[in-house]
Design a protein around this ligand. Structure first.
Ligand code: FES
Length: 110
């Protein structure tokens, strides 16, 4: 079946770095690019048969909750993502379509 989407899953990993004295924290300080590499490896290891891409991204404006990761087309944002969380996101969300609720950032209006 044809899809209008370039990627069925597109993962954006914030690696923004502002420097030491910046007024807001930066996701890219730690684990930074290692997080991008971990997502790429986990996806490759899964050998998923879908068009998928994981890439570094600039600031997603959720700096205080970083490191942040966004997954499209769902538009789900994850916060405080560490290297040990990558496999769970790939296994549960990317592979099984189940959002990892413990890491999900919510923007519900109250
Ligand atoms: S620095 Fe990552 S969301 Fe702003």
């Amino acid at each position: 079946m044809e899809s209008p989407l370039k990627y069925e899953k597109h993962i954006f990993i914030c690696t923004n770095q502002r420097g030491e004295n910046a007024p807001r924290p930066s996701c890219g300080e730690h684990p930074g690019i290692e997080l991008v590499k971990a997502f790429k490896k986990a996806i490759n290891d899964k050998k998923l048969n879908i068009p998928i891409r994981a890439q570094k991204a600039g600031c997603l404006d959720l700096c205080e909750q970083g490191p942040t990761v966004a997954v499209y087309p769902e538009g789900v944002f994850y916060g405080n993502v560490q290297l040990e969380d990558v496999q769970e996101i790939v296994d549960e969300h990317i592979t099984n379509g189940q959002v990892v609720e413990r890491l999900r950032l919510r923007f519900d209006k109250v």
